[in-house]
Design a protein around this ligand. Structure first.
Ligand code: MCN
Length: 791
């Protein structure tokens, strides 16, 4: 049973300590952005475009302004005239063409939901009423929502200066070598994949509250961010031109993000600007329908992929052409997600001598597509894992056997999977064998054959995946196009009584950093975990930070905390040595005591040492007072977690319904800080990915209206639809960071869509169905079965 303390005698690191943040989160005591109340607050409501594509000839706010309680109505032109700049993207690709993202649309709206005016009133109800009184003179234009269609001649142009809506045409790998390998192959498997568009659906909708203090010229922005310092940098330095030391960004409790709260949104910029202009606090909280329309969306790829194999089933080459729908403009990570977060992991766990991937990024009249849990890696995993299963079927091999033949062997690490990335460490076969053992693979295959004879369709699907996360190091990603560094800061500040505050630039939205980072610091310093508090989400209190995405917090942020705790421990040993009149190298640390080796009674507690650091009467001149250290950790490489997932489904051929019966996952996330949190992250991620496989699909009609704009049309997985996930682990430490950890936050989402897809296709094999695109709704599955039966 997990407790809030490490069990007696156990190391804090590696213990399933209960998440200390949960009591406040589940008893209504958390502080989310919308909970922050300031006197004199005004409320913003955005007037949003009802058209996917329209010219804005004029905006008449007179009827709105006449409503009592309305404070102001702002338009894109007013903001642009006041010097508000477009919001930049974080990753630049060669030859890229930009689509500008502004706080409010200027002369043209490019997707349904884009903000064209902002109403500010004394209360939210008046603001909403007034928003309906703003008269916008729109001239609707024809729209394009489908990325393939957007590339066709004559398609509506989202930007006049971006011909054919093509923002970038990017590729990686050796095309000639791939052509040669395909020419020499015994088998070639080809498939077109549509990875459908998804909507993030965080429990807490996005919200912002800004307050300006004219006395100090300081602006404070509370906002739902995964990376408050990046928000400060972009909103301050780029969009509003406010010096960074005059802008404080606070992200208090954040109720889920899944990538959607990385982006710097137009609404946040507009709210911050208005608070300064009005010299009154301005608050905006999205309604759920606004979240559907304006939160960044995810995925939306169309891919043609080919796998070349020799006669023995050894993979020779992979060739992939992807069209990525970017939406109406670039999100913060909108350019890197379908390129560097996608192509370098297309080869998965396999030794593939030649991989070539070309990606065309295309603007359409839809919400911007940006990072969504897994960001690029679920799309890549889906491509390779479906291809491998198709190849196994073609060659008449058992899917695990084809995988075994192609695994990168453990001795091949570090392994360059592409010109961009080198896998740090891996040992893939044990995870697969353990997963097969857990699910009882051989017996299941027999059961499948038995049931098929009765007209029942059981499917067993595998996914052996690699994830690339913990994005780093700055000097490499800079060469690939990042316009930011990707390190993290960690500060360990010891108070005179020996209690500890840890400050981190990572920002949690549900990942349990307050627990795991406290474990890391407590374990390193030798203090009880309850003596350590973790502070995050406030640019006014934390040195700097790059935030949370790409499952980087444990590896990069956690390591920064670890290294700063090590520095503090070194100094504490120095002080202990002085107090105990011993040599520093003879001081050992155990159970919160710093003692002389071989003489456990010659000891000082951490509290005694801390007091001596702050009341340094007895310390020599060369020991500086205080006990505090900050480290910016920039790792030498990314980390590459991996694993083997197995889904077991039964398809009802009469209704097309897919029942997920079992889900087994063996993951390797390197060393583990908190096993319970790691399992929790896997549960959430697996559920998320199963959601994509079975239910979720964001659909725009041809006019660009989002027809899945609420929970009624966009179903999310519910607890009763999932079996108990059966989890296990192997441990292959990462050499990329001092803790040996790899990321886990996205792993489940990366693996589970392909595992479920392979299971459904395995179930449908008797009907001659080789591939269907997600989601496997009853209608889609039933139609496919029916089409085959009707042949
Ligand atoms: N951890 C561990 N041992 C490891 C690896 C991680 O104990 N070997 C712990 C970490 O210390 C951290 C947690 O597991 O407490 C997740 O760590 P990590 O994999 O580093 O991921 P991040 O904390 O950087 O979280 C980001 C990742 C991403 S990119 C998305 S999207 C995501 C996710 O995690 N969004 C989430 N998990 C989420 N979980 C919740 N509840 N809500 C979201 O919005």
């Amino acid at each position: 049973m997990a407790t809030t303390k490490a069990p007696a005698g156990a190391r804090i690191l590696g213990s399933s300590i209960k998440r200390r943040e949960d009591p406040r989160l589940i008893t209504g005591r958390a502080t989310f952005t919308d909970d922050v109340k300031l006197p004199g607050t005004t409320y913003a409501v955005f007037v949003r475009s009802p058209y996917a594509h329209a010219l804005i000839h004029g905006i008449d706010a007179s009827r709105a302004l006449a409503l009592p309680g309305v404070v102001a109505v702002y338009t894109g032109k007013e903001l642009a005239d006041a010097g508000v700049n477009p919001i930049p993207t974080a990753w630049v690709l060669p030859g890229i063409k930009y689509g500008q993202r502004r706080a409010l649309a200027l002369e043209r709206a490019r997707f349904v939901g884009e903000g064209v005016a902002m109403v500010v009133a004394d209360d939210p109800y008046t603001a909403r009423d007034a928003a309906e009184l703003v008269d916008v003179d729109f001239e609707p234009l024809s729209a394009v929502v489908d990325a393939e269609r957007a590339l066709e001649p004559g398609a509506p142009q989202v930007y006049d200066d971006v011909p054919d809506n093509l923002s970038f045409d990017w590729s990686i790998g050796d095309a000639a070598a791939a052509d040669a390998a395909f020419g020499a192959a015994a088998h070639v498997v080809r498939q077109r994949f549509v990875n459908q568009r998804l909507i993030p659906n965080a429990i807490e909708p996005r919200a912002s509250l800004a307050a300006y203090n004219p006395a100090t010229d300081e602006l404070t922005l509370w906002t739902t961010s995964q990376n408050p310092h990046v928000h400060r940098l972009i909103i301050g330095a780029f969009a509003l031109g406010i010096p960074e030391h005059k802008l404080r960004v606070i992200s208090p409790d954040v109720g889920g993000g899944f990538g959607s709260k990385i982006m710097i949104y137009p609404d946040e910029v507009a709210v911050a600007w208005a608070a300064r202009k009005l010299e009154r606090p301005v608050k905006w909280t999205a309604e759920r329908r606004e979240s559907y329309l304006t939160d960044c969306h995810g995925r939306d790829h169309v891919t043609d992929a080919e796998l070349a194999l020799d006669a023995d089933g050894r993979i020779l080459a992979l060739r992939v052409r992807t069209i990525a729908n970017l939406g109406a403009n670039h999100g913060l990570f909108g350019t890197v997600t379908p390129t560097y977060l996608y192509a370098p992991v297309l080869s998965g766990q396999y030794r593939i001598p030649t991989v070539w991937c070309g990606v065309r990024g295309v603007f359409t009249n839809t919400a911007p597509v940006d990072a969504l849990r897994g960001a690029g890696r679920p799309e890549a995993t889906f491509v390779i894992e479906r291809l491998v299963d198709l190849a196994a079927a073609r060659l008449g091999l058992d899917p695990p056997e084809l995988r075994r033949r192609n695994f990168i062997p453990p001795e091949a690490f570090p392994y360059a999977s592409s010109p961009a990335l080198t896998y740090d460490s891996g040992d893939y076969a044990p995870a697969l064998e353990r997963a097969l053992g857990m699910v009882g693979y051989a017996a299941l295959r027999q059961e499948q054959a038995r049931l098929r004879r009765q007209g029942r369709y059981l499917g067993i699907g595998l996914c052996t995946y690699v994830e690339a996360c913990g994005l780093a190091p700055s000097r490499i990603i800079g060469k690939l196009g990042a316009v930011a560094g990707l390190y993290e800061s960690g500060q360990v500040r010891v108070h005179p009584t020996g209690k500890v505050s840890v400050f981190t630039g990572s920002q949690q939205q549900g990942q349990g950093h307050e627990t795991t980072f406290a474990q890391i610091a407590a374990d390193t310093l030798g203090v009880p975990v309850e003596d350590v508090d973790v502070v995050h989400g406030d640019t006014g209190r934390i040195a700097f930070g790059m935030g949370t995405y790409g499952s980087r917090s444990g590896t990069v942020g956690g390591s920064a905390v670890y290294l700063s705790a090590l520095r503090v421990r070194d100094k504490a040993r120095k002080i202990a040595a002085h107090l105990l009149e011993a040599a520093e190298e003879d001081i050992e640390v155990e159970d919160g005591k710093y003692f002389v080796r071989g003489s456990p009674d010659r000891a000082k507690t951490f509290a005694e040492i801390s007091l001596a650091a702050y009341i340094p009467h007895a310390l020599p001149m060369e020991i500086e007072p205080g006990l505090d250290a900050t480290v910016f950790f920039d790792p030498p490489n990314w980390v590459f977690p991996f694993g083997a997932h197995v889904a077991v489904v039964e398809v009802d051929a009469e209704t097309g319904e897919v029942e997920l019966q079992r889900y087994v996952a063996v993951d390797d996330v390197g060393n583990v800080v908190n096993p319970m949190i790691v399992d929790g992250q896997l549960h959430g991620g697996i559920a998320h990915g199963i959601g994509q496989a079975l239910w979720e699909h964001a659909v725009y009609d041809d006019a660009g209206q989002l027809v899945t704009g609420s929970h009624m049309e966009y179903p999310l997985g519910r607890a009763d639809a999932f079996p108990t996930f059966e989890l296990d682990r192997t441990v292959t430490p990462s050499p990329s960071n001092p803790l040996g950890v790899k990321g886990v936050g996205e792993a489940g989402t990366i693996a589970s869509p392909a595992a479920v897809a392979n299971a459904v296709m395995d179930a449908l094999a008797p009907f001659g169905i080789t591939h269907l695109d997600m989601p496997y709704t009853p209608a889609r599955v039933w139609q496919a079965i029916h089409a085959q039966r009707g042949r």
